[in-house]
Each structure stands twice: as structure tokens, then as C-alpha cells.
Design a protein around this ligand. Structure first.
Ligand SMILES: [Zn+2]
Length: 281
């Protein structure tokens, strides 16, 4: 599942290749991917609009068109691909997983693939994008400028659930998924089941710093490539080489050599070191 650093990698790639392209027509082959408006309206409104910029908010891609913004959530397996005609003018073969095809005036096609069909798109008027239900409640981006320690502490004092679950909840901070939440708690030396409102000041400061550090490094590395997830253009992220606990159950902790364990927290497989991240009484 692409997390924030992987979506950011996709965004950069898209920005380099589709800005300035104008939509000729849109072919919707799996209507359920279009959440709103109704698919015919979606296709009609996009005709003739030019892509001006591709931005990101949390794990959502935002395509800024002339008049509208396309909000795209890749969910589990969604990906974009640009199809460029070969020398003889023909396009590469289509696959059954190509669900939305944006035919561009240049003759190229921007194709949305989604093996599991969980991804969703909405088209909204420019200026109203942050009022959309998928974006309005999102917390700050995990950067030094946006993510403030005091805001995080205030949020945590009102939550009794396990810190791991709070990190996954996109209201306190956006973009942390299962991989990075485990890595943040390992670096911060906090047990994943610790109730959020029982963290000490020192632990909160460590979580805050670890979040900014890990997310910054993961973005710089182009994200984490595990199993089949690649960005739109086949570039692989390299953060998988920096993971310390995620997916390492049964292996030695890089700090203390003790065995890394895997438990379930907030319904998610959670990796941690019981020695470096002890549970307080
Ligand atoms: Zn350890």
C-alpha cells in the first residue's frame, strides 16, 4: 500500500511528465472508481481542461486542472502510467486493469491501473478541494514547519488508545501508515501499545522528532518498495534498505540484538523490540 513517501514519489514523476497536457476525452471503464460527480459529468467536465500542477495532501494526489481539481486516492494498488505511441503511431497493448484512460490532445494517454479497484477519484471545483470530505479533517504534513509539538501533545492528552493506532489515524498527522508508524516508535523507543495520554513529555518529544526524521528520509529515498508497489514510472524507492523493525520479526534488533517481535495493535501487524521499547507498568 503506498504511504505518503511513495505517493510523493508518484507526484514528482507525474509533475515532470503531465503538466501542460490537455484532456481530449476520458474513458471510464470501471465507474465505481469515480466517487463524484456521476461518471458522465466527470468525463464531460474534464474535456478541454489542461493539467497545471500535480500536488499532494497526505496520501491523496491532487491534479490541478484549468477549472477543477481531481482528488485521487490510490488506496492499495492504484497507479498511473503514461502511454506514449510507438514510432509507428500505435500504443502499447492495453491490459484489463486499466480502468480510467485520460486521452490527451498530444496523442499520449494517462492511464490509471488498479488491480484491486479500491482506488477512488473525485472531481471538485478549484478552491473547494480542501472542503472535500476526504481532505477536510486531515492533520498536518509530517514536516518541521507544519507539524508542531504542542499541537501533537494536545491531541495526545485527549486519546486513551494505543499510540500506534493514533499515529495511523490521519487526524493528528497525515501520511503515517503501518510501515512508518512502526519505524517511528522504534526510533522513539516507545512501546506501540502505550496509551497515548500516558506518554511522558520526553517520549512525546522523541515521537515528534522521529516522525519528522523518518518521513523526511523516506521521502528523500523515494519511499519503500515492497512486493509489487512501484511508482508510475517503474522507479523503485529505496527506503526498504533502511527499515529497522518493519517486516523483521524473528530477526535481531539493530540496537540490542534481541529478537524483534510481531504483535497486533489497532488491528494491524506491529513490529517492535521488547527490550528497546519496554512496556511501562
Ligand atoms: Zn532492541
Amino acid at each position: 500500500m503506498p504511504e505518503l513517501p511513495e505517493v510523493e514519489n508518484v507526484r514528482k514523476g507525474l509533475n515532470e511528465i503531465v503538466v501542460g497536457e490537455t484532456i481530449d476525452k476520458v474513458e471510464v471503464r470501471w465507474p465505481r472508481i469515480i466517487e463524484s460527480p456521476e461518471q458522465n459529468v466527470f468525463s464531460k467536465r474534464l474535456m478541454g481542461q489542461t493539467i497545471e500542477d500535480v500536488r499532494r495532501r497526505g496520501k491523496f494526489l491532487l491534479f490541478y486542472f484549468t477549472d477543477d481539481v481531481l482528488i485521487s486516492h490510490l488506496r492499495m494498488e492504484g497507479k498511473y502510467q503514461l502511454m506514449v505511441p510507438e514510432k509507428d503511431g500505435r500504443l502499447p497493448r492495453r491490459s484489463k486493469h486499466m480502468h480510467i484512460i485520460f486521452h490527451l490532445k498530444s496523442g499520449r494517454k494517462l492511464v490509471y491501473h488498479d488491480v484491486r479497484k479500491f482506488g477512488r477519484m473525485s472531481l471538485v471545483e478549484k478552491g473547494s478541494e480542501f472542503e472535500h470530505k476526504s481532505l477536510e479533517k486531515l492533520g498536518p504534513e509530517p514536516t518541521k514547519d507544519a507539524f508542531k509539538l504542542e499541537d501533537m501533545q494536545e491531541f495526545l492528552t485527549r486519546r486513551k488508545k494505543a499510540i500506534k493506532g493514533v499515529l495511523l489515524d490521519q487526524q493528528m498527522i497525515v501520511g503515517l501508515g503501518n510501515i512508518y508508524a512502526d519505524e517511528v516508535l522504534f526510533l522513539a523507543k516507545v512501546h506501540p501499545v502505550t496509551p497515548a495520554n500516558r506518554l511522558t513529555d520526553a517520549e512525546e518529544i522523541r515521537i515528534h522528532e522521529a516522525t519528522i526524521q523518518i518521513m523526511g528520509n523516506a521521502i528523500k529515498s523515494g519511499g519503500t518498495t515492497i512486493r509489487t508497489y512501484q511508482n508510475a514510472f517503474g522507479d523503485e524507492g529505496s527506503y526498504q534498505n533502511h527499515l529497522k523493525v518493519y517486516g523483521k520479526d524473528g530477526e535481531a534488533c539493530p540496537n540490542c540484538g534481541n529478537e524483534i517481535e510481531k504483535i497486533k495493535v489497532a488491528g494491524r501487524g506491529t513490529h517492535y523490540c521488547p527490550v528497546c521499547q519496554p512496556l511501562k507498568g
